[in-house]
Design a protein around this ligand. Structure first.
Ligand code: BGC
Length: 512
């Protein structure tokens, strides 16, 4: 990622007319009737107990144990927040906040230690059953992600998401989960962030399994992942929906790509197509399939480079139909925005072959866009969220949207008024701007309930509404100022720009 100083594109912004914050226009803005609020986490990031009760190794255990300092602080998720033992305290925090739902993920190798359905771990599957019961006891809706990146290492040894057999492996695992929990879970998310799974894990080395086989493995993964998702969707739709009456969808990570100048408008459209349209178009576009421009560009580059076929695998017409329409909601994780340009200087700057070379653009952020914690590529750009939501409404016929993640990282410390609270207010206000213009946004979830293992950043980057003390074996959790602000927002169902929470005691309100 590149950075440019402010002055460079000042003119551009006036020309393109960014919908900066209409934000402080209203002091108090109401959320729509029935809008749901929650927080999100993921198994490897919080559970710990990595080898307890028969759980087998996943790709993150494998990577962090074999190459510890690939993580910024040389840490791992062996203990993490110890939620395998402390889930009751986690639910207590949710009651303090007054959440409508809690989004968490199941660890595939905890439920299926062999990776396959021949052995369902009794204690491993009981853990999630107990968590679900504890949530329901307090009227907190479980929103369950089947796959949030902790692939069984055994499956990775057989190629992981690049092996087309994963379509069946994943579908079998999904069926086990629907059987175990389908009576109590009404919201299922198949896969978290296809782009991070495929591009970062297979096309780069910024997530496990860090294969870094650019412009080949990432595209193979994309097709298999979409087929696996679709198979799980069809199983739910045909065998479980009528008796369990639930909803099933996929959660994308989509950052927004904004043209630097008017001459970059096409280039920015292509960035959106390559970065997240690759995964959204096959499911949400009327015609399905990968975006035509991505197919064309990868095929042309592949031919130029001497490949006998496109590096982007094709869907057959039957597969296009099989994948199209397989998501009841548009799950969206969003954090930031990039500016895009394309000119002669871009040539030769990307690895060949690679997705970024196929695309042929440069993405960057402005140095004066604020960022928190150590996540320098997650700068605060609320108008990008508004534009992204508008684009989803316009391109995909206004699908119902579930914001499955949005959040801000800080350094340790409880006071986060000018950082996380400011971020949440600006992004939620941008969301309400999109709602005012007709976007069908149903729910919003903060990443994250508490600090946790932040992948390559380890414990150095803190996303929690609750701080976790990782130096204490008891892993105590303490509410940040933002936890009090979020609680107030949920209680009033309104965004109040000027509310200053009293942070002396956190209590559970009546009815929670
Ligand atoms: C992921 C989370 C992660 C968060 C913050 C998302 O990409 O789904 O697991 O912790 O971003 O980086």
């Amino acid at each position: 990622m590149l950075l440019k100083p402010a002055g460079f594109i000042l003119l551009t912004f006036t020309v393109l007319g960014c919908k900066a914050a209409q934000t402080e226009r209203h002091d108090v803005r109401k959320f729509p009737e029935g809008f749901l609020f929650g927080t999100s986490t993921a198994s490897y990031q919080i559970e710990g107990s990595w080898d307890v009760d028969g759980k087998s190794e996943n790709i993150w255990d494998h990577m962090t144990h074999n190459n510890p300092c690939v993580i910024a602080d040389c840490s791992n998720g062996d203990v993490a927040c110890d939620s395998y033992n402390q889930y009751k305290r986690d639910v207590e925090m949710m009651r303090e906040l007054g959440l409508d739902f809690y989004r968490f993920s199941l660890a595939w190798p905890r439920i299926l230690p062999t990776s396959f359905p021949d052995l369902i771990s009794e204690p491993g599957s009981q853990y999630y059953s107990d968590l679900i019961d504890e949530l329901l006891k307090y009227n907190i809706e479980p929103v369950v992600t089947l796959y949030h990146w902790d692939l069984p290492q055994k499956l990775q040894d057989m190629g992981g998401w690049t092996n087309p057999h994963i379509v069946d492996w994943f579908a079998d695992y999904a069926r086990v989960a629907f059987n175990l929990y389908g009576d109590r879970v009404k919201y299922w998310i198949t896969i978290n962030e296809p782009r991070e799974v495929c591009y970062q894990g297979y096309g780069a080395n910024t997530k496990a399994p860090a294969l870094n086989i650019k412009g080949v493995a990432d595209y193979m993964c994309a097709k298999n992942l979409l087929m696996a998702h679709a198979k799980a969707y069809h199983i739910y739709d045909q065998e479980f929906r009528s008796k369990n009456n639930g909803t099933i969808f996929i959660a994308y990570s989509a950052q927004f790509y904004e043209p630097e100048t008017e001459k970059d408008i096409e280039a920015a459209k292509e960035s959106n197509h390559f970065e997240w349209g690759l995964y959204a178009h096959p499911i949400f576009a009327d015609k399905g399939d990968f975006p035509p421009i991505v197919k064309e560009k990868v095929a042309a580059k592949s031919a130029e480079q001497g490949f006998f076929r496109s590096r982007l695998p094709e869907f057959t017409p039957e597969e296009v139909d099989y994948v199209k329409g397989t998501s009841d909601l548009f799950g969206l994780n969003h954090y930031t925005t990039f500016l895009v340009y394309r000119n002669e200087s871009v040539q030769g700057t990307h690895d060949v072959p690679s997705m970024h070379d196929d695309l042929g653009n440069v993405h960057y952020q402005l140095s004066e866009w604020e960022y928190g914690g150590m996540s320098v590529n997650m700068r605060v750009v609320p108008w990008g969220f508004y534009k992204l939501l508008t684009q989803i409404r316009e391109d995909f016929n206004n699908p119902p949207v579930f914001i499955t993640e949005n959040g801000y990282s800080t350094f340790p410390g409880l006071e986060d008024t000018s950082t996380r609270i400011a971020f949440l207010r600006q992004y939620l206000s941008a969301l309400l701007d999109a709602v005012d213009e007709g976007s069908d946004i149903r729910a919003y979830s903060v990443w994250s309930l508490m600090d946790n293992f932040e992948w390559m950043m380890g414990y150095s980057s803190r996303f929690g509404l609750y701080e976790v003390d990782f130096s204490d074996p008891a892993r105590p959790r303490t509410p940040r100022t933002s936890a009090f602000m979020y609680k107030h927002m949920l209680r009033t169902r309104a965004l109040d720009w000027h509310y200053e929470p009293d942070t002396t005691v956190m209590t559970i309100d009546e009815g929670h």
